[in-house]
Ligand binder design. Structure first.
Ligand code: CAA
Length: 257
């Protein structure tokens, strides 16, 4: 598959998607959003892939939705075209997706990173929802995911002022899982992705689904869901292998079944 706005490669069990519109700091336009969706779908369908890494350049993960593409739209274009409503392939993925973020992750770029299951940030990363400065608001989940990630006080601060948050503040606030020096970003993301991909894929996918339930339901329902999923994993060969390997003091060899 040839793409115009992203680069895609497979590294062992990890699928890597690199946003690649350097002339626009990887701003998200319809073409790029569509290609990210196709690349994620291809990795989802590839039984050899256990984790996906989504990244950008050293200067920008993505500087938001493409303002030049949006500028001429009126309400009817946005409403009837359901503008950007389906730019959520990362959030819909069933396999884990890690965002490896360097540089700007603004507007739709921050929202895209937050659609992923975890964010690993370089020390030069800057997060923000500056839409308010354009006379709009976040449009691909920012008001909801940022608030869940960092709480109302900081989300209001970011979304109403449009200010940026550096990597240290983002880690302190719970937006990112880890901050590493820029030079180590891809190594750290790939190491983490390989660790995840070495686990039993059914348990990884179900663990991710269970964690995400925490955002969708009550505590009692979420714990019940976890319990049902936990029990179901005792039906897998990988559970037998994982526990036998522990008892036999050897590394588990999971077969994703
Ligand atoms: N859309 C389109 N083009 C963009 C862009 C965007 N979001 N962000 C940057 N670019 C373009 C610039 O227009 C510029 O292109 P030209 O060279 O052709 O002029 C190029 O990328 C480089 O950008 P700058 O010269 O501005 O680079 P800088 O280092 O001086 O500043 C920046 C970097 C602070 C990120 C600045 O580019 C900026 O503020 N960008 C816009 C950020 C923004 O407002 N994002 C939110 C968009 S709205 C949104 O995302 C809605 C939603 O929720 C779906």
């Amino acid at each position: 598959m040839t793409y115009q706005t992203i680069q895609v490669e497979t590294n062992g069990k990890v699928g890597v998607i690199r946003l690649n519109r350097p002339q626009a700091l990887n701003a998200l336009n319809s073409e790029l959003a569509g290609e990210v969706g196709e690349a994620i779908a291809a990795f989802e369908a590839d039984a050899g892939i256990g984790c996906i890494v989504l990244t950008g350049s050293e200067k920008a993960f993505a500087a938001g939705a493409d303002i030049k593409e949006m500028a001429g739209k009126d309400y009817m274009d946005a409403f009837f075209g359901n503008f950007a409503a389906d730019w959520n392939a990362a959030a819909r993925a069933r396999k884990p997706v890690i965002a490896a973020v360097a540089g700007f992750a603004l507007g739709g770029g921050c929202e895209l990173a937050m659609q992923c299951d975890m964010i690993i940030a370089a020390d030069n990363a800057k997060f923000g929802q500056p839409e308010i400065k354009l006379g709009i608001i976040p449009g691909i989940g920012g008001t909801q995911r940022l608030t869940r990630a960092i709480g109302k006080a900081k989300a209001m601060d970011m979304i109403l002022t449009g200010r940026m948050m550096d990597a240290t503040e983002a880690e302190r606030s719970g937006l990112v899982a880890r901050v590493v020096p820029l030079a180590d970003l891809m190594n750290e993301a790939m190491k983490t992705a390989n660790t995840i991909a070495s686990m039993s894929l059914p348990s990884v996918m179900l663990a991710k689904e269970a964690v995400n339930r925490a955002f969708e339901t009550t505590l009692a329902e979420g714990v019940l869901f976890e319990s049902r999923v936990f029990h179901s994993l005792f039906a897998t060969a990988d559970q037998k292998e994982g526990m036998t390997a522990f008892v036999e003091k050897r590394a588990a060899k999971f077969e994703n079944k």
